[in-house]
Design a protein around this ligand. Structure first.
Ligand code: UDX
Length: 446
C-alpha cells in the first residue's frame, strides 16, 4: 500500500520505516527541512537500535523516501498517518495545535478518498474534532481511524515489527478492512473498536503501567523499613498470572516522553468531565517523590552535601536511549547543585542531550568514561540501568573513589557482587548493606 507518515519523531519515523520494511511504499513527511535533509543522507536524528540499517536498506530499495512536501505525499497515499507531537500544556492537557494544523493541511491537500489515521496520543474525542476539521475543508470522501502506538523507546523497531496487539478505532468498515490487511503481517491480535475506546485504550494502558511502577516503588519503600527485599517480593508476586512479572522493577521512578505526559493528560481528561482520578493523582505524586530517595540516601550516608563531589552514572530516562525527557537525573542533579555539591556525570550516549539543561552550570563535569566520572567522588549514584554499569569491576571502582559509597537507584547489583568489596551500598527496597560484615558475606545469596 502507499502510506504517508506526517511527523518524523519516534512514532512517525519508526512506524514509517517498519511499514516500508514489510513491503509498503512509504513517504515520511516533516516540515523541518533540516531534519528531512539529514534523513535523506541516512543521518538518523534519534538513537534507536536497528533503525539506521532499516532506513538505509529501504531507501536503497526505493520503498522509503523523505520529503517536506505534504501536499503531494498526501495525494499519492492510500492512507495518511498523523504522527506529530502532543506535548503537555502547563495545565497537563495535551497540546493539540500540531495535530489540528496537520488535519487542516491534509484536508487542503486531498484530491480523492483517503483514510486518515491518528497515531499521535490524543485525548478522547480528538478524532471527532479531526473529522470535523477535515470535513469542513474538503469535498472529498475520507475515513478517520485511531490506531494508538505502544512502541517503547530503545526497542521501538522490535516493538513495531512484533506488536502485542493492534487497536483499530473506526466507524468505517472500509477503513477497518484496509488497516486490518495492512497490519496482518505484524500480528494476529488485531482488535477493531470504536474511535473513542481506541483513544482511551492508549491512556488507560500507560496509566496502568505507571501505576504498577509507583505501586512497586511504594512497596519498596515499605520493604526498606520492615527488612524485606523488594526484588524477591516482586518476583513472588509476578508468578501470579493475574499480576504478571513485568513492570515491577523498583527504582527511582518512571520518566520519558510518554508516562509523565499521558498520566497528567488522563487526570485532566477525567477532570474535564468532573471526575477526580484519585488513584492516578497518587501514582504521579509517588513517582515525583521517588527520585528524591537518592538525595535522602546521600544525606544519610554523607550528611551535608555542601562541598561534596557526587558522581552520577546514567542521565537518560532509561537504558538504550539518548532521550532525557523527564529523566529523574534532571531533578536529582538540580537538587545536588542546590545543596552545594559538585557533580561529575556520565552516560554512554545521552550526555549531549542532557547538558543543554545545564548550560550555565560550570559545576557539572561531563565525563566520557564511567570510571573517570567516579574518580575522587564522595559517593556515586547509579540512575539508569545501562548494561555497561552492570559489568563494571566494582573493586576497581571502589579504588578510584574518595569514599566507596554507592547508591544504586535501579537495583543493578546483587549482594554477591558487593560481597568482596568495601562499598557502603544503598539500593531501593532491599536490606541495607552499609559495609559488609563477614556474617553478611556468608548469607549474601542473590
Ligand atoms: C512507554 C510505554 O511502555 C509504551 O507502550 C508507550 O508507547 C510509550 O511509553 P517508554 O516511555 O519508551 O514507553 O518506556 P518504558 O520502557 O515503558 O519505560 C518507562 C519508564 O518506566 C522508564 O523510566 C523506566 O525506567 C521505568 N520503569 C519501567 C520502571 O521504573 N520499572 C519498571 O518495572 C519498568
Amino acid at each position: 500500500m502507499k502510506l504517508t507518515f506526517i511527523g518524523t519523531g519516534y512514532v512517525g519515523l519508526v512506524s514509517g520505516v517498519c511499514f516500508s520494511e514489510i513491503g509498503n511504499q512509504v513517504t515520511c513527511v516533516d516540515k523541518d527541512l533540516a531534519k528531512i535533509e539529514r534523513l535523506k543522507k541516512g543521518d538518523v536524528p534519534i538513537y534507536e537500535p536497528g533503525l539506521k540499517e532499516l532506513i538505509e536498506k529501504n531507501t536503497s530499495l526505493g520503498n522509503l523516501s523523505f520529503t517536506s512536501d505534504l501536499t503531494s505525499s498526501v495525494q499519492n497515499a492510500d492512507i495518511v498517518f498523523i504522527c506529530v507531537g502532543t506535548p503537555s500544556l502547563p495545565s497537563g492537557e495535551a497540546n493539540l495545535e500540531y495535530v489540528e494544523q496537520v488535519a487542516q493541511d491534509i484536508a487542503l491537500a486531498m484530491d480523492g478518498y483517503k483514510i486518515v489515521v491518528t497515531k499521535s496520543t490524543v485525548p478522547v474525542g480528538t478524532n471527532d474534532k479531526i473529522k470535523k476539521i477535515i470535513g469542513q475543508l474538503t469535498p472529498h470522501p475520507f475515513d478517520i481511524v485511531s490506531i494508538p502506538e505502544f512502541l517503547r523507546e530503545g526497542s521501538a523497531v522490535k516493538d513495531t515489527l512484533n506488536p502485542d496487539r493492534i487497536i483499530i478505532g473506526t466507524a468505517s468498515e472500509r477503513a477497518a478492512a484496509a488497516l486490518t490487511e495492512l497490519h496482518k503481517p505484524l500480528t494476529d491480535e488485531i482488535m477493531v473498536t470504536e474511535v473513542r475506546s481506541a483513544e482511551m485504550i492508549k491512556y488507560a494502558s500507560n496509566a496502568f503501567l505507571a501505576t504498577k511502577i509507583s505501586f512497586i516503588n511504594e512497596i519498596a519503600n515499605i520493604c526498606e523499613k520492615v527488612g524485606a527485599d523488594v526484588t524477591h517480593v516482586a518476583k513472588g508476586m509476578g508468578y501470579d498470572n493475574r499480576i504478571g512479572s513485568s513492570f515491577l522493577q523498583a527504582g527511582i521512578g518512571y520518566g520519558g516522553s510518554c508516562f509523565p505526559k499521558d498520566t497528567h493528560a488522563l487526570i485532566q481528561i477525567a477532570g474535564n468531565v468532573d471526575y477526580e482520578f484519585k488513584l492516578l493523582k497518587s501514582v504521579v505524586e509517588v513517582n515525583n517523590d521517588q527520585r528524591f530517595n537518592i538525595i535522602a540516601k546521600l544525606n544519610h550516608s554523607l550528611g551535608d552535601l555542601q562541598g561534596k563531589t557526587i558522581g552520577i552514572w546514567g542521565l537518560a530516562f532509561k537504558p538504550n536511549t539518548d532521550d532525557v525527557r523527564e529523566a529523574p537525573a534532571l531533578d536529582i542533579i538540580k537538587t545536588l547543585l542546590d545543596e552545594g555539591a559538585t557533580v561529575k556525570a556520565y552516560d554512554p550516549i545521552a550526555t549531549e542531550n542532557f547538558r543543554h539543561f545545564f548550560r550555565d552550570e560550570a559545576v557539572v563535569q561531563w565525563s566520557e568514561d564511567a570510571l573517570e566520572a567516579a574518580e575522587s567522588c564522595d559517593a556515586l549514584c547509579l540512575l539508569t540501568d545501562w548494561a555497561e554499569f552492570k559489568q563494571v569491576d566494582l573493586a576497581k571502582l571502589g579504588s578510584v573513589m574518595k569514599q566507596p559509597i554507592l547508591i544504586d537507584g535501579r537495583n543493578v547489583y546483587s549482594r554477591d557482587q558487593l560481597a568482596d568489596t568495601n562499598f557502603q551500598y544503598y539500593s531501593i527496597g532491599r536490606p541495607q548493606l552499609e559495609s559488609l560484615s563477614p556474617f553478611r558475606k556468608s548469607v549474601a545469596s542473590d
